[in-house]
Design a protein around this ligand. Structure first.
Ligand SMILES: Cc1cc2nc3c(=O)[nH]c(=O)nc-3n(C[C@H](O)[C@H](O)[C@H](O)COP(=O)(O)OP(=O)(O)OC[C@H]3O[C@@H](n4cnc5c(N)ncnc54)[C@H](O)[C@@H]3O)c2cc1C
Ligand code: FES
Length: 282
């Protein structure tokens, strides 16, 4: 019989049943686990254990019954070891951890991100499509076309007229030439409808988005995923992920924070902790 939830402190083993190259240096995986995963919410994360190598946080891109979808970008040894894994091999999973995105009623949804930040944004998009009547705009940015994550997924939804996909590349190899933050600001300037911004990506990009959002009254909230941060336990024990001066631990108090909370986090866009616990300028 399948368990209803995933364990929080010890990993359970799941089997990779599908693997594909999502874009350069990033692979998608479907993992079958002995638990139902319907309780996963957009913005939450799992701790992924690659046996013999490392354990680290990874966002949830999608799920169906006992199958979990994740996307892994190559960073260092741990993520490279996952990318080397093939169908039939097993990895450990615990979770789900963290606070999810909250989507209010009667607002336009402006979703912006880049890199592996697109992982939770894919699940968020799916959930908004299922439950919200309001318009959804996705702003995705990458250095070039070959680094755009979920390009086909968002393009298909755009072609179906279910949402508007504003795709941006720094080098102009696909879509709008320039940063997605510029496209986002142009959109907000020309819209009077109350909107919520949901963001996930490199923290420097999120800081720019936050500064843009603060300028416009029609932006009624911003919710951002603090995934550009180091974590160890994932469930509040070690304080590796704490931010100053609030002391909030990203893994239990986040990783999603709203505009009011972000204003209080002085570390945001300025400092993050590295593996030794020391602070480093972003
Ligand atoms: C809540 C959360 C959700 C995440 N979701 C995803 C996801 O869906 N897909 C994905 O590919 N990655 C995700 N990450 C990032 C992932 O956990 C790190 O890239 C991974 O831990 C790096 O491990 P490594 O052994 O490959 O690299 P390491 O050898 O540990 O580090 C290599 C380099 O990457 C840097 N690094 C370490 N952790 C992070 C981080 N969190 N963000 C940016 N740089 C980092 C290090 O400082 C170092 O410079 C998420 C992180 C968090 C906190
Ligand atoms: S990662 Fe240990 S407290 Fe957050």
């Amino acid at each position: 019989m399948k368990k209803q939830t995933l364990p929080n402190t010890k990993p359970i083993m799941g089997e990779i049943i599908k693997k594909w190259e999502e874009c350069e240096d990033t692979f998608g995986f479907l993992i079958k686990i002995p638990a139902k995963v319907k309780s996963a919410k957009p913005g939450q994360f799992i701790m992924l254990w690659v046996p013999g190598i490392d354990e680290y946080p990874i966002g949830i891109a999608g799920y169906a019954d006992d199958i979990l979808e994740i996307g892994v970008s190559r960073m260092g040894e741990g993520t490279a070891a996952m990318i080397e894994k093939n169908v039939g091999e097993k990895v450990g999973i615990r979770g789900f951890y963290g606070k999810p995105f909250k989507s209010p009623e009667n607002v336009n949804h402006l979703i912006i991100g880049g890199g592996f930040g697109m992982t939770p944004l894919k699940l968020l998009t799916q959930s908004l499509l299922d439950k919200s009547e309001r318009s959804i705009h996705i702003f995705e940015g990458a250095r070039s076309k070959n680094r755009l994550m979920y390009l086909e997924f968002f393009q298909e939804l755009h072609n179906d007229k279910k949402l508007v996909f504003h795709v941006c590349t720094d080098d102009g190899s696909y879509g709008y030439k320039g940063f997605p933050t510029v496209a986002l600001e142009e959109f907000i300037q020309n819209s009077e409808t109350p909107s919520v911004i949901y963001a996930a990506g490199p923290e420097r990009m999120m800081k720019v988005i936050f500064d843009i959002g603060k300028k416009y009254e029609n932006v009624i909230d911003m919710q951002m995923s603090f995934a550009d941060r180091y974590m160890r336990c994932g469930f509040g024990l070690c304080s590796y992920c704490a931010v100053d001066p609030t002391g909030w631990r990203i893994c239990v108090d986040g990783p999603i924070f709203n505009a009011e909370q972000i204003k209080q986090i002085e570390d945001f866009g300025n400092y993050r902790r590295i593996e030794t616990g020391e602070k480093q300028r972003i």
